[in-house]
Design a protein around this ligand. Structure first.
Ligand code: URA
Length: 237
């Protein structure tokens, strides 16, 4: 395995920073500094140290969040060759997969793991985990439209459960309005369909929180590993 991949998949730091630190001489293999990110590592026998600390072989379970940009499909592979979220987490073990999905045009927090129990617990409808989105919608919905969204509206896949809907701010020209929306269901294109039902289509949609986990300032297109506290908190929901 390549040195940078070995270190990155151990969860110690993101791949980008691992590469920089290797080039800066922060990594030794069997006691010798190695400045080549592609240096081959024998997972069974080589001793790798990162900034003086032993890097253990691959952790059993991997949990990470990606800030998904628009234009990427949530799938492991696309037969038509379109960009997929897997393109953004290259160099990680190919046993990891997305937990749930975001539409191609939707941005924001997408989890990945290779832990089937974790994925199951997060996705199972009975757990009703809250997911929060920022939605920019056309026009300025009135109070009646907002009340309807809160109570539940009829969309092609059924009637939506009560949702938290907070109007943030209209744009200066009053052509669009920003909302914070929290739902716990996962109906197909749910947030887009909800606003479509009240005649204010979504222009832009970004998921900013899943359960206790916030996207924070993670840049678009980048990923980071979850801390063990973040994983345990999600499993306690
Ligand atoms: N609701 C949507 O409309 N799209 C998503 O990707 C997620 C929730």
């Amino acid at each position: 395995m390549r040195l940078e991949k070995y270190i990155a998949t151990s969860g110690i730091a993101s791949r980008r920073s691992v590469k920089k630190r290797i080039l800066a001489g922060a990594v030794t293999v069997n006691g010798e500094p190695v400045l080549v990110p592609g240096h081959p590592i024998d997972v069974e026998t080589d001793a790798v140290e990162f900034e003086g600390k032993r890097v253990e072989p691959l952790t059993e379970h991997i949990y990470l969040m990606l800030n998904k940009p628009a234009g990427y499909i949530t799938t492991r592979s696309d037969e038509r060759g379109r960009p997929t979220v897997m393109d953004l987490i290259r160099d990680l073990p190919d046993t990891i997969y997305p937990v749930g999905r975001l539409d191609s045009e939707t941005e924001g927090l997408l989890l990945f793991t290779n832990d089937g129990d974790f994925a199951y617990r997060l996705l199972h409808p009975s757990h009703e985990i809250d997911k929060t989105y920022l939605a920019w919608v056309q026009g300025v919905p009135n109070d009646d439209a907002i009340q309807r969204l809160r109570r539940g509206v009829t969309i092609p896949s059924g009637t939506t459960a009560p949702a938290k809907i907070e109007r943030l701010k209209p744009s200066k020209d009053h052509k669009s309005t920003q909302f914070e929306v929290t739902i716990h269901e996962g109906k197909k294109r749910q947030v887009r369909m909800m606003f479509k039902a009240v005649k204010h289509p979504v222009i832009r949609l970004k998921r900013i929180q899943v359960g206790t986990l916030k996207l924070g300032s993670l840049p678009s297109g980048r990923y980071r590993f979850l801390t063990s506290d973040e994983v345990s908190e999600l499993l306690m929901l």
